[in-house]
Design a protein around this ligand. Structure first.
Ligand code: ARG
Length: 401
């Protein structure tokens, strides 16, 4: 195998990336530098750093990226209304470009010619990592050990770890493959590979079973300022904190579970289970506020953007001119998306039950059926006559024939 001097590895501290660290040193004769980001996955980074060093990393970088992730990746996707195939809020997909950007930054600083990741050759994540990395540095070499190495099972990796004295925690092993961050959790594998099988209780990580959740509803008032969620129940929070709170309260009420078969970019349909309480609540509330504040034409046009945006993010094209252009469109629409949405959380359901905005386009005097009504009912017949003219004309001509 060719020799590489220095490699920067995206390191989670799990079995795969621990084995990869050692394997890269062995196969490429390389010095390995690890990078681990805190994206709200609920792990202690200092511990992961120690583990990397114990496993033989030359240096182990850790960085809290929660705020950058929330502000520059999650928020644009929320404003865009980006839900892949109408449902998946893209937690995993949004994190990849940020991690890749940091990897390249470290590689440049360290003079490393390559970066490495632990993705398989069948998934979306490899595509997201690699396209982003090359968007930032087209020269960078990318190594994906899982696509090329000799191991074909977890057991073989564990064996390799034992032989090479790589510290691993086998007791932590679960039948599922789990990727977690602030915006949600993606759960795959194990019995979930059978799409007919209901997700077992133990596959869920942060949401209460709806059956066991409180039987009294929880009401939340969520306030937005120009499309940005800023307060819960009239109390202001920075974005990361606000998302954390909604994950907790939503989770307690069993809100945010998604179970779908989705289309991966590489052509495979896969069964995916997600938990994303904050994302589900915020997307719902944000959409509702748009219903109230956007004019009809813009509102009806927006889903085209939402779908395309979700597709780009899912397919690894975060750093693309189209995404930037869509952000500009979205920014214009969000000028009016200010106001409050009242949601009711109960037994796994998040329901919007109230909405208000200083820019509300709802005009009570037009909508009312009381004596307050100012709608000019006499204008309706003329409107219908002209609006329906093509149909009336067609009916007349066809009838005559
Ligand atoms: N299907 C989701 C996606 O492509 C989740 C991927 C989960 N990734 C993982 N490494 N477990 O975004």
């Amino acid at each position: 195998m060719e020799k590489i001097k220095k490699i920067v590895l995206a390191y989670s501290g799990g079995l795969d990336t621990s084995v990869i660290l050692h394997w890269l040193k062995e196969k490429y004769g390389a010095e390995v530098i690890t990078f681990t980001a805190d994206l709200g996955q609920g792990e202690i980074l200092e511990k992961i750093k120690k583990k990397a060093e114990k496993t033989g990393a030359l240096r182990a970088y850790i960085k809290d990226l929660k705020e950058e992730f929330a502000k520059n990746y999650v928020l644009p996707a929320l404003k865009a209304g980006a839900l892949y195939e109408g449902r998946y809020p893209l937690a995993t997909a949004l994190a990849r470009p940020l991690i890749a950007k940091e990897l390249v930054k470290i590689a440049e600083k360290e003079g490393a010619e390559a970066i490495a990741h632990g993705c398989t050759g069948k998934g979306n994540d490899q595509v997201r990592f690699e396209i982003t990395a090359r968007a930032i540095n087209p020269q960078i070499k990318i190594i994906a050990p899982v696509r090329e190495w000799e191991f074909t099972s977890r057991e073989e990796e564990i064996e390799y770890a034992k032989v090479n004295k790589i510290p691993i925690e086998v007791e932590k092993s679960s039948p599922y493959s789990i990727d977690r961050n602030l915006w949600g959790i993606s759960i795959e594998c194990g019995s979930l590979e059978n799409p007919w099988q209901e997700p077992p209780r133990d596959s869920f990580q942060i949401t209460q079973n709806p059956e066991d959740s409180p039987s009294k509803p929880t009401y939340l008032e969520i306030e937005f300022n120009k499309g940005v969620p800023v307060a819960i129940n009239k109390k202001n929070y920075p974005l990361v904190k606000l998302i954390e709170i909604l994950n907790r309260i939503g989770g307690e009420n069993g809100v945010g579970r998604l179970d779908m078969v989705e289309n991966r970019l590489v052509g495979i349909k896969s069964r995916e289970v997600y938990e994303a309480p904050a994302a589900v609540i915020l997307h719902k509330a944000h959409q509702e506020l748009e219903s109230l504040t956007l004019d009809r034409e813009t509102l009806h046009f927006k889903p085209l953007i939402s779908n395309k945006y979700a597709e780009l993010v899912y397919n690894g094209l975060w750093y693309s001119p189209l995404r930037e252009a869509m952000d500009s469109f979205i920014a214009v629409t969000q000028r009016w998306v200010t106001g409050s949405i009242k949601v009711k959380l109960l037994k796994g359901v998040c329901q919007v039950v109230g909405r208000k905005s200083p820019y509300s386009l709802y005009d009570a005097k037009l909508a009312t059926y009381t004596s307050e009504d100012i709608f000019d009912q006499k204008a309706a017949p003329g409107f219908i006559k002209i609006w329906g003219l093509p149909i009336t004309t067609l009916a007349k001509i066809r009838r005559e024939k």
